[in-house]
Ligand binder design. Sequence first.
Ligand code: CMC
Length: 438
Amino acid sequence: MAKEKPDAAEKTFTLTNDETGDSVKLPVVEGTCGPPVIDVRKLYAETGHFTFDPSFTATGSCKSRLTYIDGEEGILMHRGYTIEELTEKSSFLEVAYLLLYGDLPNKAEKEKFDHSITTHTMVHEQINYFYRGFRRDAHPMAIMCGIVGGLSAFYHDSLDIWDPQQRELSAHRLIAKIPTLAAMTYKYSIGQPFMYPRNDLNFAENFLYMCFALPAEPYKVNPVLANAMDKIFILHADHEQNASTSTVRLAGSSQANPFACIASGIASLWGPSHGGANQAVLEMLDEIGTKENIPEFIKRAKDKDDPFRLMGFGHRVYKNRDPRAEVLKSAADEVLADLGVNDPMLEIAMELEKIALEDPYFVERKLFPNVDFYSGIILRAMGFPTSMFTVLFALARTVGWISQWKEMIEEPSLRIGRPRQLYTGPAERPYVPIEKRK
Ligand code: CMC
């Protein structure tokens, strides 16, 4: 187990009220790496003031041992291992074990974990009928929100969040079943029969099989695609306290069951500023259409009166490079070469990237291509429709969500998350009877 720094606060930060001259010493806490934090938990009791940070640009919401991001340097690490090393040497299920349990598994632990996940991939047969209530043209993320939220109606024996074995069973069930549900969602949307999971295939192979095989003929999984799929899953597995993960933690802090919490994460991920960006990137590239149109879209992205943004550009934390985008770009090259795909979208994407990276607007604001910029191109080449892109993100991120949830529940100081606000509505005023209102 990697050694952690103690969080005993030896340093302090003094805050002085300019009006009264009163000052308060706040503890400063250091993590293993990254900037120290000022512990403001006693601020209100001692000063009568709250902090104000609406989009959490300067707020650490929890302690976590899972993932570290250095946005300036473009570093992403899970439990101390860099994302570059994990995508090159590890596998998605091994990364899932690492995130859930803290260390890489030994051989016996890996076999036991793989076996548990593989033998939980089937879903309750009744769930098949649940799908039939949805319209065939429903967005797959809408189906995923409903189906995953409904899982707690099927797995009553793993809902006690205070029982470590039930927590583990729920975590394994979620990691194992979300790919099956994602594939069923896809099959449902194209009117094809559901394919049951196959235990002789690995995680990524089985997912591709459930999406693209048909009962009427044999299906051979392309190893290049399975390898790229596994990498994509690793790249999306966890990303510390982003919007969907914070949503899962907030939902879980009320002691809601894990299936409900993961459904809340899926809902939060859906938005185009977050996981929905991979779909939005391809829609944008489609709209741009040809290289000649790029300057017009760059102009629109810079225009403050136009809500248009270059999708796949920018990140709240990364201000130099998104390390995931670079791994994805090389995986995209491998897949396109293997499939012999000559996607004109790739050419537009590369030209757009080149122009944006030289434009002072993007340079000054440190806007770089993020993970979603290339993921759409690779997923499209694999045969997924754009509406499924965010579902694949949700599938992989389930590992991060459930690991973060487990970490939070196991924290002895768990309390319900409850932010405060800066109230700007009317002060107290008397009720006016309707006949006297203007
Ligand atoms: N196109 C044009 N301008 C942008 C973009 C963009 N994609 N992103 C940020 N800006 C500008 C923004 O207008 C602002 O300019 P100014 O300072 O003049 O007002 C400045 O850059 C800072 O932007 P912000 O909105 O304050 O940054 P944020 O940290 O709140 O938002 C973001 C981060 C990812 C939501 C945003 O960059 C964005 O909307 N990007 C496009 C959507 C996208 O690709 N999302 C996927 C993120 S990575 C995967 C994931 O985490 O889910």
